[in-house]
Design a protein around this ligand. Structure first.
Ligand SMILES: [Zn+2]
Length: 71
């Protein structure tokens, strides 16, 4: 079975975006700093999206659970 990939266009350079360039940065929120990532156009580096780094969020969660189990 073949899955059709619906690639979108970058709003700035209008290239078809078939992959994202992921870059780390620090997010600052009311509960402190969070490792985050931006999802960039690989052609012109425009930020297309941003979110908390899911792998950093996962390791933070694991560390919290470990702390609770040791308490
Ligand atoms: Zn672009």
């Amino acid at each position: 079975m073949e899955v059709a990939v619906m690639a979108g266009k970058c709003p700035k350079c209008e290239q078809i975006v078939s992959r994202l360039s992921i870059k780390p940065l620090l997010g600052q929120g009311p509960s402190g700093q969070h490792k985050s990532i931006t999802l960039n156009c690989p052609a012109c580096d425009t930020i297309l999206g941003a979110q908390v780094d899911p792998s950093a969020a996962k390791s933070d969660l694991v560390a919290e659970i470990r702390k609770l189990r040791e308490a």
